[in-house]
Write a protein that binds this ligand. Structure first.
Ligand code: AMP
Length: 597
């Protein structure tokens, strides 16, 4: 299906092609033809990031009469940031429609300049926050008599923010015979009520499941004692050297406190909450959008309207009471076809809330171990190595100093030099994490009871590949000192040919499971089988969702334990014999060292 098939005109198609839109996204396939060719109202359940702005924006632009200078379409948005975003998207889409004028009007900024822009005439599309629009209507600057289309964007957010009455007032100024579209990420009953009240037999489109979170978001949680939440947050940040995420807190005070602590601990963080002035908030958001800051600690309300598409993580510093808030939070990652992780750092009393959210989003949270110091150090060192590989060397500038520095370091071998460069990072981390305890909350159930617990579907889920991928089993796990970085290392070392893209990874104590592209599965399994990891012979296969690998691996580790006991006994016998005189030295179990990439 192409935009042309959907009936989008060529001047719009030219503009969106330049924006890199090759194919319509699902919400666009559903909504665009309807808006272009049908007369009924529309309710679309779609999260931000699904392409909904173009879904309503393109047909809306196409239906504007350029010869009529009065406002013909009205888009209501809950926040000024979203309002500006929609305004700028529509301006991009209408690049080749010079007669079309779009104006965003929103609170927190000079009303005079907005009045001037409206009075100068020719504005056919108004994108507005409700409060400011009412102000402008009351001042007689905006007339909505010619409006034929009204869009309510993020309707659930508008309700949360108490805009119901304002919407009532605004719609009272728009002709009865208008067409109305409502977009919402969740479908609380109130939305259904609005639809009933203001719309004429609306057609409903659902992109993804009702109230479900975005499909490509992984939901994980760490359970820690309440006093360890902040430490766990730092470990998550340390374990993801390229993190770009929002940390959601419940109160403004928490938000400020956590951000202050992160900043004083050397993280690239900032806070966003309602106690800041509009100017301060704008600056914080700009820095975050420009990636000057990589962690934004925010309240839910303040983060509304902050539109960034490529967050790697959403971190829930505690879970919200309202499950819809969780859907909004997690929907901020995994946008526009990318994958994302929604992390919850919780204490044991929040488990009930977690289950409620699972029911609502129709997905299970994975419980993960808080990243260990060893793992973090490894990740950071490899990240440093990556940065060394990729850094742009500015020969012209560095040459001025190079010979001097080189003379100074001449006495070091290449290997020494590298070790020292890595140690700059390594020593810092080692110092910080020296004697750092595990942060995981230990469930107080007796070990036996835990073992007897029936195995859940989670195990099966773990053995099942994500869509389009193949799940691979290897017989090495965390007990073997095997972590995600090692897996990549193992693949790089053993699998020849094109680079293997690894998806979801589950590291268990006795074995590991990970996803690769289906086309790579055979190559990976065959190359890994028979290779070695720290002296252990690797076995690999395409994972069978119905096979109990835990049992198999514990049988293996029993066999391994027996072998080790035998080795110790042989050594012991050797000493006995040696003391008695003349014994042959037993062969040590091989410990071939790990090969470097
Ligand atoms: P939205 O849900 O409207 O905020 O859109 C999310 C992101 O997807 C924006 O960055 C859009 O520019 C982008 N986008 C929308 N439609 C398409 C498309 N058909 N192809 C590629 N990117 C798109």
């Amino acid at each position: 299906m192409t935009f042309e098939d959907l009936g989008v005109r060529d001047d719009l198609r030219r503009a969106i092609e330049e924006l890199g839109f090759e194919q319509p996204m699902p919400v666009q396939e559903k909504v665009i033809p309807h808006l272009l060719h049908e007369d009924t109202d529309v309710v679309a359940l779609a999260q931000t990031g699904t392409g909904k702005t173009a879904a309503f924006g393109l047909p809306l632009l196409q239906r504007i009469d350029p010869s009529d200078n009065a406002p013909q379409a009205l888009i209501l948005s809950p926040t000024r940031e979203l309002c500006l975003q929609i305004g700028s998207d529509l301006a991009d889409f209408s690049k080749y429609m010079p007669q079309i004028k779009v104006l965003p009007v929103y609170g927190g900024s000079s009303i005079e300049s907005q009045i001037r822009a409206l009075r100068s005439g020719g504005v056919q599309i108004i994108v507005a926050t409700p409060g400011r629009l009412i102000d402008l209507i009351n001042r007689g600057v905006v007339k909505l008599d010619n409006v034929h289309t009204v869009v309510l964007d993020e309707a659930d957010e508008m309700l949360n923010m108490g805009f119901l009455e304002s919407i009532d007032d605004i719609l009272g100024n728009v002709p009865e015979q208008r067409k109305m579209l409502m977009f919402s990420a969740t479908m609380p009953n109130e939305i259904a009520k609005i639809a009933k009240k203001y719309m004429h037999s609306p057609v409903e489109f659902v992109v993804g499941n009702r109230n479900e979170g975005a499909a490509n978001v992984r939901h994980i949680y760490y359970m820690v004692n309440a006093r360890n939440k902040y430490l766990a947050l730092k470990r998550v940040a340390d374990d993801n050297p390229n993190i770009y995420g929002i940390v959601f807190c419940r109160t403004r005070r928490d938000t400020q406190e956590i951000a202050d602590k992160l900043i004083s601990d050397g993280y690239n963080a900032d806070s966003l909450h309602g106690d800041l002035s509009q100017q301060q908030r704008d600056m914080v958001m700009r820095k975050f959008r420009d990636r000057v800051t990589s962690l934004l600690v925010a309240t839910d309300v303040a983060a509304r309207g902050l539109d960034v598409d490529d967050l790697t993580h959403v971190i829930n510093y505690g879970l919200p009471d309202d499950t819809a808030v969780y859907t909004h939070r997690s929907g901020r990652t995994g946008r526009a076809g990318k994958t994302g992780v929604s992390v919850a750092i919780i204490h044991s009393r929040e488990k009930g809330k977690l289950r409620e959210i699972e029911k609502k989003i129709g997905k299970k949270f994975e419980r993960c171990e808080v990243p260990t110091p060893q793992h973090i150090i490894e990740k950071q060192l490899y990240n440093l190595a990556d940065r060394i590989e990729r850094v742009e060397v500015n020969d012209a500038e560095i040459d001025k100093y190079f010979s001097g520095v080189r003379r100074k370091l001449d006495w070091l071998s290449g290997e020494d030099l590298l070790k020292r460069v890595l140690s700059l990072e390594f020593n810092r981390l080692l110092e910080y994490y020296r004697d750092a305890p595990s942060l995981d909350f230990i469930d107080e159930k007796p070990a036996k009871e835990k073992q007897a617990k029936p195995r859940t579907d989670k195990d099966k889920d773990r053995r099942t590949a994500e869509k389009g991928m193949a799940r691979i089993y290897v017989n090495i796990g965390k007990n073997d000192g095997f972590y995600a970085g090692n897996l990549i290392e193992l693949l790089n070392h053993n699998v020849s040919g094109s680079r293997v893209d690894v998806g979801r990874i589950d590291l268990l104590s006795g074995y590991s499971l990970f996803d690769v592209q289906q086309a790579d599965a055979r190559r990976v399994v065959e190359s890994l089988r028979g290779s070695e990891w720290l002296g252990k012979r690797v076995y690999s296969e395409v994972a069978d969702p119905d096979k109990n690998y835990t049992r198999a691996s514990s049988r293996k580790s029993r066999a391994q334990a027996t072998a080790e006991t035998e080795a110790i006994e042989t050594t012991y016998e050797y000493f006995l014999k040696k003391n008695r005189g003349g014994a042959k030295k037993p062969s040590k179990p091989s410990k071939s060292s790990r090969k470097k990439r």
